[in-house]
Design a binder for this molecule. Structure first.
Ligand code: SAM
Ligand code: SF4
Length: 343
């Protein structure tokens, strides 16, 4: 009997944050000037990560996504990827990156056994990229996306967070860019998570509006059935008459908590059962105290079996929605941040 939480959701999908550091400062994720970083000595080694992943796989995890912070700033990342790629129970090994360091890394990542890559890209305009991500790095991101196909990657995705009044006039340009680059674009609603201290309801572009604008310009968008094994994926996918397929992730207006099989391990080994959870489960301490695989499995099973989280639905029920955490709380606990939890 697979492990299930209190709402019957299986443990399947692990997001592994390998660093809380980032080489961009996207306004919807890291809008502040100063951050509290995880202490270096707390960051799990590749060996420690691999050991924990083995226990997660024992309990049903078969999809692993490497994220951050920016995962490509973690030194020697392909070494970890090669280690994870050798684990036969992981049927889907993916990476989410901002793409800045991708051009130089793509071949090595492919060689290490990485399955697929999602690049986050919200604008195709250099000056807007600079204003939104606060580094002048659009050219390198574009080179990174180009490098993926050359390195042999298929099923590439581009994730675009849409902010009303900031980049919502680029929906069609991003769709066309994805089509040319051979990548499926997924539009993401701006979420009131962790460190999104500038979030406001007015800045959210809801899925209904995204679809309305696309259909107005390009004709009907036909909803697609989820692909086998992807039934719990957060994106609803659509096809246009010209064959373009795109997705929309409507976490803010239409949460998908009911089918959420995702959990998150921070770079310091704290395990979160929901993106919105205030508390995580410390796995680093037992790991470093030489807990056995069975003891770690018991801690993880107990956590998952007690899981009742449905954070995005709870946010939706709030009458007045505002950023969930004030600066002092975020400074006191960096694990509340999206860039620490891995998005
Ligand atoms: N640095 C990598 C990147 O940007 O792809 C990986 C980590 S980032 C936290 C993972 C994803 O979270 C990115 O696609 C990013 O756009 C998304 N994200 C961050 N803050 C968000 C927010 N407030 N609302 C919606 N998506 C957000
Ligand atoms: Fe942007 Fe990703 Fe860095 Fe957050 S972690 S600031 S989304 S690049």
């Amino acid at each position: 009997m697979p492990l299930q939480d209190t709402l019957g959701r299986p443990l399947k999908n692990l997001r592994l944050s390998v660093t809380d550091r980032c080489n961009l400062r996207c306004l919807y994720c890291m809008p502040e000037e100063h951050y509290t970083w995880l202490p270096r000595e707390d960051i799990l080694s590749f060996r420690e990560i691999g050991d924990l992943v083995d226990v997660f796989c024992d309990l049903g995890v078969d999809k692993v996504r490497i994220t951050g912070g920016e995962p490509l700033v973690r030194r020697d990342l392909p070494v970890l990827i090669a280690d994870l790629a050798r684990k036969p129970r992981i049927r889907d090994l993916a990476l989410t990156t901002n793409g800045v360091l991708l051009a130089d890394a793509a071949v090595e990542l492919k060689r290490a056994g990485l399955g697929r890559v999602t690049v986050s890209l919200d604008t195709l305009r250099p000056e807007r990229f600079l204003a939104l991500c606060r580094q002048d790095e659009l050219p390198r991101v574009l080179l990174g996306i180009e490098a993926l196909a050359r390195a042999g990657f298929a099923r590439t995705r581009i994730d675009s967070v849409l902010l009303q009044g900031t980049n919502d006039d680029e929906i069609l340009d991003l769709l066309d860019f994805g089509q040319q680059a051979g990548a499926e674009v997924r539009f993401i609603e701006y979420m009131d998570v962790g460190g999104a201290t500038r979030w406001s309801p007015d800045a959210v572009l809801a899925r209904a509006e995204v679809l309305r604008r696309i259909e107005q310009a390009r004709g009907p968008a036909t909803p697609l059935e989820a692909e086998p094994g992807e039934e719990s994926a957060p994106a609803r996918r659509f096809r246009l008459a010209d064959g373009t397929v795109f997705g929309v992730i409507a976490s803010t207006t239409t949460p998908f908590c009911a089918t959420c099989d995702r959990s998150r391990l921070t770079a310091d080994g704290t395990w979160y059962l929901c993106l919105y959870a205030r508390q995580g489960i410390d796995l680093k301490t037992p790991l470093r105290q030489n807990a056995s695989r069975a003891e770690l499995a018991r801690a993880i099973s107990a956590g998952w079996e007690a899981r009742a989280d449905h954070g995005a639905e709870e946010r939706l029920e709030l009458r007045e929605r505002a950023p969930p955490h004030a600066r002092p709380a975020l400074e006191g606990d960096p694990r509340l941040e999206m860039h620490t939890r891995g998005g």
